[in-house]
Design a protein around this ligand. Structure first.
Ligand code: ADP
Ligand code: MG
Length: 247
């Protein structure tokens, strides 16, 4: 039986700057099951980030219902929402959003500080997670001492460290070159396959969506397509076929 982690029922989001109403989402119905790897695609301005903010409990629908793991998000108090965000959801952004004067390991510790995890456990988990994403030996590096791809790996470690139910990634490869993008997709595919992690990736790049198992297309705040991807690209295999890069 499928276990939905996300259920959106007729969700709308209307922004009203001044007198102007902007209908960013116009009745979204969407179910995502545990263990799925889903791409959400759409042109700029189609409502992708708005949808992501709602999925991530950073924002609330104007109308409609949102159930996260069968709990009605629209009825949660701000405290309950913050708890769901911290424990159940891992965020990855285009711009990495790391603290710049803070070493990699401490960036990874942040979500655990909010979760109240004891410091020795926290440090041990952060180090293990950095090794898991391929950053052993870089723990003390500051973000500006790391490449874009390495910074995104730190962000992925940070997103994973509280063992969330779902990873939400908004244009995770948007600031990366092609090869580095494939490396990041290889890491996400590996986490998905080995740990059964549920991943939702927003992208406007068809090449990136092709690594996912399901494609949801939105236009003007509405879902216009929702279908399986018959043969997702395998990032690890593509990497192995690429010529070795000179340093
Ligand atoms: P995408 O991520 O697909 O580019 P967004 O979700 O950012 O799209 O935006 C969807 C629509 O909502 C756009 O028309 C955008 O201008 C509008 N919008 C987004 N955020 C706000 C906001 N805070 N206030 C007013 N309008 C907004
Ligand atoms: Mg956006």
């Amino acid at each position: 039986m499928a276990h939905p982690v996300i259920q959106l029922k007729n969700v709308t989001r209307v922004y009203s700057p001044g007198a102007n109403q902007v209908w960013a989402l116009r009745g979204i119905n969407l179910e995502i099951n545990r263990g799925e790897m889903v791409a959400i695609m759409g042109a700029s301005g189609s409502g992708k980030s708005t949808l992501m903010h709602i999925l991530g409990c950073l924002d609330r629908p104007s109308s409609g219902q949102y159930l996260f793991a069968n709990q009605d998000v629209t009825r949660m108090t701000p405290d309950q929402l913050a708890r769901v965000r911290n424990r159940e959801i891992g965020f990855i952004f285009q711009s990495f959003n790391l603290l710049s004067h803070t070493p990699a390991w401490e960036n990874v510790c942040l979500p655990m500080i909010y979760a109240g995890i004891p410091r020795p456990v926290m440090i041990q988990k952060a180090m293990a997670m950095l090794a898991r994403v391929g950053l052993k030996g870089r723990e003390e590096h500051l973000p500006n001492q790391l490449s874009g791809g390495q910074q995104q790996r730190v962000a992925i470690a940070r997103a994973l460290v509280n063992e969330p139910s779902i990873i939400l990634a908004d244009e995770p490869t948007g600031a990366l070159d092609t090869r580095t993008s494939i490396e990041i997709m290889a890491l996400l595919q590996q986490l998905h396959q080995e740990k059964g992690l549920t991943i939702v990736i927003v992208t406007h790049e068809p090449d990136i969506a092709a690594y996912c198992e399901r494609l949801v297309r939105i236009r003007d705040g509405q879902i216009i397509e929702d279908r399986p991807v018959p043969e997702p690209r395998l990032a690890a295999r593509e990497l192995a076929a690429l010529p070795v890069e000179e340093d």
